[in-house]
Write a protein that binds this ligand. Structure first.
Ligand code: C5P
Length: 211
């Protein structure tokens, strides 16, 4: 893998974002006067040669190649991978719902890829104790918190590896999960407190005060 290969940034933004409400897709909810997705495009554009956004029908993102999303998040990523030029060597996949992710975070993930890692995810330590529970809400297990990490985006991959991970029709909440299923090691690097995910209306209100 060439350390100087071209880089693509992908933003899966085709979901309805039902938990946020508001009647328009989450990624197009305004934040400080711009659709939320614009911030994800900006951060990727700072470190990538091409940026692709998977959109819901009827919506477009400025400054990116727009591709119609699929029925699942993974299908949307597959649609974006299919639209990439052949000379792209590295791919960063970034949630539209993390508008404050700093450019330094994307740079850190990309630097690890360029140094030879095949799959890289930014993480933070988990501050709450986490329980594994059964369907009847009884605790099954308490994992050792020191070994747990909360995963953020952008997540970075060798392009060929991400193509392989998405070759099946599997779905996953993140792309690294599909890569892990191939038996490939995924490196964690330091995440950033600013790169939190906007999921609920309260998150959006808190975020509006920051921009
Ligand atoms: O719903 P959730 O927060 O897990 O979605 C994660 C991301 O995947 C969101 O940015 C959403 O817009 C995107 N997505 C997509 N295509 C879908 C479903 C979700 O691009 N069909």
């Amino acid at each position: 893998m060439s350390a100087s290969g071209r880089v693509a940034g992908l933003v899966p933004a085709a979901g309805a974002g039902l938990r946020l409400g508001g009647g328009i897709p989450k990624a197009w909810r305004p934040l400080a006067g711009r659709p939320m997705v614009a911030y994800a495009v900006d951060v990727l554009a700072a470190v990538c040669d091409v940026v692709v956004v998977a959109t819901p029908p009827g919506y477009e993102a400025d400054g990116a190649v727009n591709v119609l999303g699929g029925a699942t998040r993974a299908a949307s990523v597959r649609a974006m991978l299919a639209a990439l030029p052949p000379d792209v060597a590295y791919v960063l996949v970034h949630d539209a719902a993390r508008p404050y992710a700093p450019i330094s975070l994307a740079s850190r993930v990309l630097a690890a890829l360029r140094s030879g890692e095949r799959a890289v995810v930014p993480v933070l330590p988990v501050v709450d104790t986490v329980k594994l529970v059964d369907a009847a809400s009884y605790v099954l297990e308490t994992p050792d918190r020191a070994m747990l990490r909360a995963v953020q985006t952008p997540q970075g991959f060798e392009r060929a590896l991400l193509d392989e991970a998405h070759a099946s029709a599997a779905d996953a909440t993140d792309d690294a999960g599909l890569v892990e299923a191939l038996g490939v090691r995924v490196l964690t690097v330091a995440g950033d407190e600013l790169a939190g995910k906007i999921t609920t209306p309260a998150d959006l209100v808190a975020a509006s005060g920051l921009r």
